[in-house]
Design a protein around this ligand. Structure first.
Ligand code: GLA
Length: 748
C-alpha cells in the first residue's frame, strides 16, 4: 500500500486498500494517466493505449512522421494549454505577448510521509500518520511555469486527495484564466453522472443520468458552493446500485464558485475536470509568485453508491473536520427563529429557554435580530453590537439566566454581509462589493462585504473575537444569506479584479481559521440560507451545517437523502419545527418530525409554549430516544434502504455499529388496502444473532393492529443472514406520514 515509483518505467502507483491509481512519465516527459479503479497488481498498463492515428487529432511535433501519439487521444494527468488536446482543458495561461500556451514536462518528484497542507485553503489532514504525499513537479519550458501536482494517499480509507500549485519560475508575468484542480480521465467504460441540484429550501436533490457524448457541467457562479448545484458529483457504471457497481466520487474542498465538467470524447473516454469556476476568473502571476488550486477528494468504490458514501462519511469526519466536536454528541438545542423571528426580548427568550429546559433541551440558540438596528431583514447587518432595546443590559444577563437553567447559550451571526442601513456601511461603503457606476443587485436587501480585503477580515476577527471573549457563548450559527453579484473590489488594481471572487473565499477561510482556532470550545454550525454552502471546505471549520431552511419533515427526507450521498449524519443540522410547517403549510405528526430530525444533529425550532401537555410529553420522550440511540445514529455506518425515485411510498434508512442497529422509516404515501412494507436490512453480520428489542410506530392514525403487531414483534431473535436476505415485514401503517423506529441489539 502507499506510493510506489518504478524508476525503470517511470511509473507512479498509488495503492490503497481497495483501489489503485497509476500514471507514467512517457518517453517525451509528459505525464500520462494510466488507471484509477479497483485494486490491481503488476502489469504494463501502457499496453492499454497502443499508438493509433486518429484523424484530426494532432501529433506531438517529434512524432509528426510516425504519427499516432496524440495529446488529444491519450489519457492525461493534467492538461497543457492550446497544444493539441481539444478535450476539456485544466489550464488557460497567457504570457506577456498574449499567447495562450503551456506544455508540461516532468522535472522531479518527491514521496514523503504525512499529508501536504495548502497555504490559505482548507484541506484534508493526516490524523494518525496514515497518509503519504506524492508531489510531481512539471515545467513548461517556454513560460517557465511550474506545475506541482499533489497527491495525498489515505490508503486505509481508499481516498486520494489532489491539488495543484502553479509557480511562475519565468521572468515575465503570466495570467491564469483557468486553473482547475484536477483532470480525471476514465479511458474505458460508460458512466452515469449523479449530482445534487436544487434551490433555496429544496437543496441537494439527487439526479442520475447517463452521460451523453457531450460536455455536462455542474457549476456555481454564485460565490458560494450553492443551494443549486452541490460541488460533489459521482460517476458510476450504469448498473450501479446502493450495494454494487463501480463508483467514483469527486468532492471539491471549496465553498465558492466551482465547476465540474464531464466530457465524453470521440473515442468514448470520459474526462472530468474540476476546480474553480473560470467565469470572470483570472489571476496574475508575477515572476516568483504561486497560485494554489483547491483540493479535491477522490474516492473509488466497487461496492456501490452506499459504500462510496460511507467512505466519504468516515473521511470527512476524521480527516476534514478539525473541530473538537466532530465526534462529540452535540447538545440538543432550541432555536428561536421560527418561534419569534425578529420580535423578542430577553424575557421572551428566557420563557422559551425555561420551557425547553424543563423538557430536556440542552442549549438555547438566539437567532437573527439581537444586534444593531435589526427589526426586520432590511437593516443592521455589520453592526455586531447588542440591540439593548430588545436585550437590556446586553447579552450577559440573558446568558446568565439561560445558564442558570442548566443550558448552554448559542448565537447567530452573518459576518460576511452588510446592510446599507448600518453604521458599518455608513463608515465603510467601500467595504461592500459593488460595481463602479452601477446600482448593485440586492439580495435580501443586503450587500456582500469584500472579504478579499485584509482590513475587513481583521475587523471581523476583532469584533467577533471580542463578542466571544466577553460572553459565555458556546455555539455560533454562521450564516450567509445572499449570493455574490457585482463582484468588484475597490482594493484591487484593475489587472487583479479577476482575483476578487477567489480572494473573497481565502478571506473567509482566514477569518474562520482564526476564530475556530482561538475558540476551540465553541461549536460552530455553518449556514447559508439553509444549505447554500454545504461542502467539504466549510466542514473543515464547521462540524455541522444547517441542511435547509425547509424544515418540513417530508421535504427534509429528500434533502437529507441527497445530502447523505456525500456527507455524514453528524454534519446535517436538523430541527423539529411547528406545524403547519412555515415553508410548505403541511402538517406532519410530531414524532415523525423528530424521527427525521434525529437523523441529523437534532434540535427544536418552534414555540414550545404553544404545545399541549401531550405534545410536551412527546418532546421529552423524543429527547430521551435521541440520547438512547445517539451512538448508533451518529457513529453507525449509514445505509439508504430506499430510493425515492423507485419507492415513492416510503423513505427508509438504517445505521449500524458493531453492537446495534436502528432502522427508521417514514411512510410518505399511504395506500388503500396496502401490502405491508417489506425490505432487506443491510450492514449486519450474517452469522450474528440480533434481537429486535424496540419497535415504535408513530402517527396520528396508527391503528391498534399496528400497535399489536409492533408489540408482538418485539423480543424476536433473527440471524443476521435472515434480516439481510429474507428481510423484515413491517407492521401496517396508515395516516398522514406515520413513521417507525426499529432497534436491534446484536447478541453476544
Ligand atoms: C437564514 C437561516 C435561517 C435563519 C435566518 C435568519 O435564512 O437559514 O435559519 O437563521 O437566516 O435571518
Amino acid at each position: 500500500m502507499g506510493i510506489q515509483f518504478d524508476a525503470n518505467t517511470r511509473t507512479f502507483t498509488l495503492q490503497t486498500a481497495r483501489t489503485t491509481y497509476q500514471m507514467r512519465v512517457d518517453e517525451r516527459g509528459r505525464l500520462l494517466h494510466l488507471y484509477y479503479g479497483r485494486r490491481i497488481g503488476q502489469g504494463d498498463l501502457g499496453a492499454l493505449y497502443p499508438p493509433a492515428d486518429h484523424g484530426f487529432s494532432p501529433d506531438y511535433y517529434p512524432c509528426r512522421l510516425r504519427r499516432g501519439v496524440s495529446p488529444d487521444v491519450l489519457p492525461q494527468e493534467y492538461t497543457g494549454c492550446n497544444v493539441g488536446d481539444f478535450r476539456l482543458s485544466c489550464l488557460v495561461v497567457r504570457d506577456a505577448d498574449g499567447a495562450a500556451g503551456a506544455d508540461f514536462f516532468y522535472q522531479s518528484h518527491e514521496i514523503a510521509p504525512g499529508k501536504y497542507t495548502l497555504e490559505g485553503l482548507p484541506c484534508a489532514h493526516d490524523e494518525d500518520s496514515e497518509a503519504e504525499t506524492l508531489s510531481i513537479r512539471m515545467r513548461d519550458p517556454v513560460t517557465g511555469l511550474t506545475l506541482e501536482l499533489l497527491y495525498g494517499v489515505f490508503a486505509h480509507q481508499d481516498v486520494v486527495t489532489r491539488a495543484v500549485r502553479l509557480h511562475n519560475d519565468g521572468s515575465a508575468p503570466l495570467r491564469l484564466e483557468k486553473a482547475a484542480s484536477l483532470c480525471l480521465d476514465l479511458p474505458f467504460g460508460e458512466w452515469d453522472l449523479v449530482h445534487f441540484h436544487g434551490r433555496h429550501a429544496m437543496e441537494r436533490r439527487m439526479e442520475r443520468a447517463p452521460l451523453p457524448h457531450a460536455v455536462t457541467t455542474v457549476s456555481s457562479t454564485r460565490g458560494a458552493s450553492s443551494h443549486h448545484h452541490n460541488p460533489f458529483v459521482i460517476l458510476c457504471d450504469h448498473e450501479a446500485t446502493e450495494d454494487h457497481g463501480l463508483c467514483y466520487g469527486v468532492m471539491p474542498v471549496y465553498s465558492g464558485s466551482h465547476r465540474t465538467d464531464v466530457e465524453v470524447d470521440q473515442n468514448g473516454l470520459t474526462r472530468v475536470v474540476t476546480g474553480l469556476h473560470d467565469e470572470r476568473f483570472s489571476w496574475l502571476l508575477e515572476p516568483g509568485e504561486s497560485f494554489t488550486a483547491p483540493e479535491v477528494l477522490l474516492c473509488c468504490s466497487a461496492g456501490g453508491l452506499g459504500d462510496l458514501s460511507r467512505h466519504y462519511h468516515t473521511f470527512l469526519r476524521r480527516n476534514i473536520c478539525r473541530s473538537p466536536f466532530r465526534y462529540a454528541r452535540r447538545p440538543v438545542l432550541i432555536n428561536n427563529w421560527e418561534a419569534t423571528y425578529f420580535t423578542f426580548t430577553t424575557d421572551t427568550i428566557c420563557r422559551i429557554a425555561e420551557k425547553a429546559a424543563s423538557l430536556g433541551v440542552e442549549m438555547m440558540v438566539l437567532d437573527d435580530g439581537w444586534f444593531g438596528k435589526r427589526d426586520d431583514d432590511n437593516s443592521g447587518l455589520g453592526d455586531w453590537f447588542v440591540n439593548e432595546k430588545k436585550l437590556p443590559g446586553g447579552l450577559r444577563p440573558l446568558i446568565e439566566r439561560v445558564n442558570a437553567l442548566g443550558m448552554k447559550f448559542g448565537l447567530w451571526v452573518e459576518p460576511e454581509m452588510v446592510s446599507e442601513d448600518s453604521d458599518l456601511y455608513r463608515a465603510h461603503p467601500d467595504w461592500a462589493l459593488t460595481l463602479p457606476g452601477r446600482d448593485p443587485a440586492m439580495g435580501r436587501n443586503q450587500l456582500v462585504l469584500d472579504m478579499s480585503r485584509p482590513e475587513v477580515v481583521d475587523y471581523l476577527t476583532d469584533r467577533l473575537g471580542t463578542l466571544l471573549a466577553e460572553n459565555h457563548i458556546e455555539y455560533i450559527k454562521w450564516d450567509m444569506n445572499r449570493n455574490m453579484s457585482d463582484v468588484y473590489s475597490r482594493a484591487l488594481p484593475p489587472e487583479r479584479q479577476g482575483e476578487a471572487g477567489h480572494r473573497y473565499m481565502l478571506g473567509v477561510y482566514r477569518l474562520l481559521d482564526r476564530l475556530t482556532s482561538r475558540f476551540p470550545d465553541v461549536l460552530f454550525e455553518g449556514c447559508a440560507g439553509g444549505g447554500g454552502r454545504f461542502d467539504a471546505g466549510m466542514l473543515c471549520y464547521f462540524p455541522q451545517i444547517w441542511c435547509s431552511d425547509n424544515t418540513d419533515a417530508i421535504e427534509r427526507l429528500v434533502i437529507q437523502h441527497g445530502t447523505s450521498f456525500g456527507y455524514p449524519v453528524s454534519a446535517m443540522g436538523a430541527h423539529v419545527s411547528a406545524c403547519p410547517n412555515h415553508q410548505t403549510g403541511r402538517t406532519v405528526p410530531l414524532w415523525t418530525r423528530a424521527v427525521v430530525a434525529m437523523s441529523g444533529t437534532f434540535g427544536y425550532e418552534l414555540d414550545l409554549g404553544r404545545l399541549t401537555q401531550e405534545e410536551c410529553d412527546q418532546v421529552r420522550a423524543q429527547i430521551e430516544t435521541f440520547k438512547r440511540y445517539y451512538d448508533v445514529i451518529q457513529n453507525g455506518a449509514y445505509y439508504r434502504l430506499s430510493d425515492p425515485a423507485r419507492q415513492p411510498r416510503y423513505v427508509a434508512w438504517q445505521t449500524v455499529t458493531g453492537t446495534e442497529s436502528l432502522v427508521s422509516v417514514v411512510l410518505t404515501h399511504p395506500e388503500g388496502n396496502a401490502r405491508p412494507l417489506h425490505f432487506c436490512l443491510q450492514g449486519l453480520e450474517e452469522d450474528a444473532l440480533y434481537q429486535l428489542d424496540e419497535l415504535h410506530v408513530y402517527g396520528i392514525a396508527v391503528t391498534p393492529e399496528s400497535g399489536h403487531a409492533a408489540a408482538d414483534a418485539c423480543g424476536a431473535v433473527y440471524s443476521g443472514s435472515a434480516l439481510l436476505y429474507a428481510g423484515l415485514t413491517l407492521p401496517p401503517m396508515i395516516g398522514d406520514a406515520p413513521s417507525l423506529q426499529l432497534h436491534l441489539t446484536r447478541l453476544p
